[in-house]
Design a protein around this ligand. Structure first.
Ligand SMILES: Cc1ncc(COP(=O)(O)O)c(C=O)c1O
Length: 405
């Protein structure tokens, strides 16, 4: 088959292989614990469901404008004023089918072939592939000290004549690390000085712990809005547990928003109308679900971190937010894919190999499940890795027997 060069250059996700293995084991009745997920388990807010079903009941579900329903834009404008203290116009807003599409159409709108896009390591798995799909070159930037916090010098060093944009995701998937106010201010300054686009992927910025608050780039942006190359991306997926509705948005200057809208209009047209009504319901309704989710995740994080600390040799950095931790398991294996496969094979626990996020030796462990899944999952991992552990592990009425060296 003669597939395009582009299609051949896009890597399949190794996680899919792990998920397939896990699904097969589950079908056989194996007690799989999934600590690899990327979505909260809570229900969508009631206001989202009511607003969505009222729309559905009319039976008139039509195309939405390519850049989103006016009512959805209004809800986003209100949200932006409340949470970013920024008044934007409808022409600055594009509603997309998930934050993912907002980022994708933005990259299509701003990249020339071979333009470079920088982002810190570890990074969300989709950034490199999305940049490639838009014809650009992905440039992951490692912190000099191997930490989750690159210094501004690490980024500045990689800026060259082909650099077009920087993507910052804070708090970060997979590390849960939140970049400091100083760092965000420095990135804004660097982008303004070098005339680069700055994409702030703020998807997790409401899921922050320990009384902290995520700094946002607009606090530091000097440019008047219409000449600013700052783009803020948000969505309902994580904060309202509405991943399946596929609604996200971007706030940007009018020129690029129009270009993104043109691209989106030929790609998918406007996002699903009923999903937008659900998102309007979520944004305009009772807001307690975000805080409930945030508190649950903070507690889950504490339980996970405490439990992981009992595994000798595993280095754990406490996440500031999100629902992921990214511990360093390199004392056991530098090959995170192999380690993830072993953990699934031996103790039926799914985790995501750090290699996918640009940091081998680490594993991404999600804590958006139940406390039971978290504690039992980590206990199984510990048992699998500890050569001095007893030969048998009892899981309810099932028994796992150590049959590896
Ligand atoms: C950092 C980051 N950005 C964007 C997205 C995409 O979110 P959406 O469901 O709104 O497309 C995800 C989803 O996992 C993510 O982790």
């Amino acid at each position: 088959m003669s597939l395009s060069q582009l299609a051949r250059s896009i890597k399949p996700s190794p996680t899919l292989k792990l998920n397939e293995m896990a699904a097969k084991l589950r079908e056989k009745g194996e007690p799989v614990i999934h600590l690899g997920g990327g979505e909260p388990k809570s229900k969508a807010p009631l206001d989202a469901i009511l607003n969505c079903s009222a729309q559905l009941n009319t039976g008139e579900i039509r195309y939405a404008p390519a850049d989103g329903l006016p009512a959805m834009k209004k809800a986003v404008i209100r949200y932006t004023e409340e949470h970013y203290d920024r008044l934007v116009a409808p022409e600055n807003v594009i509603i997309s089918s998930g934050a993912k599409q907002a980022i994708m159409v933005l990259l299509h709108a701003i990249l020339e072939p071979k333009d470079e896009v920088l982002f810190p390591v570890p990074y969300w798995v989709s950034y490199p592939e999305m940049v490639r799909l838009a014809g650009g070159v992905a440039v992951p930037v490692r912190a000099d000290d191997g930490s989750f916090h690159p210094r501004i010098e690490d980024l500045a060093e990689k800026v060259g004549s082909y650099t077009r944009a920087i993507i910052i995701n804070s708090p970060n998937n997979p590390s849960g690390a939140m970049y400091s106010r100083d760092f965000v201010a420095q990135v804004v300054e660097l982008c303004e000085k070098k005339n680069l686009w700055l994409v702030m992927d703020d998807l997790y910025n409401r899921l922050v712990f320990d009384g902290k608050k995520a700094p946002h780039a607009w606090e530091f942006a000097k440019d008047p809005p219409e000449s600013s190359k700052l783009v803020v991306v948000q969505g309902v997926s994580k904060m309202y547990a509405m991943t399946g509705f596929r609604i996200g948005w971007a706030i940007a200057n009018r020129e690029v928003t129009e270009a993104m809208t043109n691209i989106q209009s030929h790609q998918t047209s406007g996002p699903v109308t009923v999903s937008q009504w659900a998102a309007i319901g979520a944004l305009s309704g009772v807001q307690t679900s975000i805080e409930t989710l945030r508190l649950t995740l903070e507690n889950n994080r504490n339980v996970l971190i405490e439990r992981l600390a009992t595994i000798p040799g595993v280095k754990v950095t406490k996440p500031d937010g999100t629902f992921y931790a990214f511990p360093d398991f390199s004392a056991y294996s530098k090959d995170s894919m192999k380690l993830a496969e072993q953990l699934l094979d031996r103790v039926r626990v799914v985790v995501v190999p750090g290699r996918e996020f640009g940091m081998d030796g680490h594993l991404r462990i999600s804590y958006c499940g139940t406390i039971k899944e978290i504690t039992e999952g980590v206990d199984r991992i510990k048992w699998a890795l500890d050569p001095a552990a007893p030969n048998e592990l009892f899981l309810g009425d099932r028994k796992l027997v150590r049959d590896w060296a």
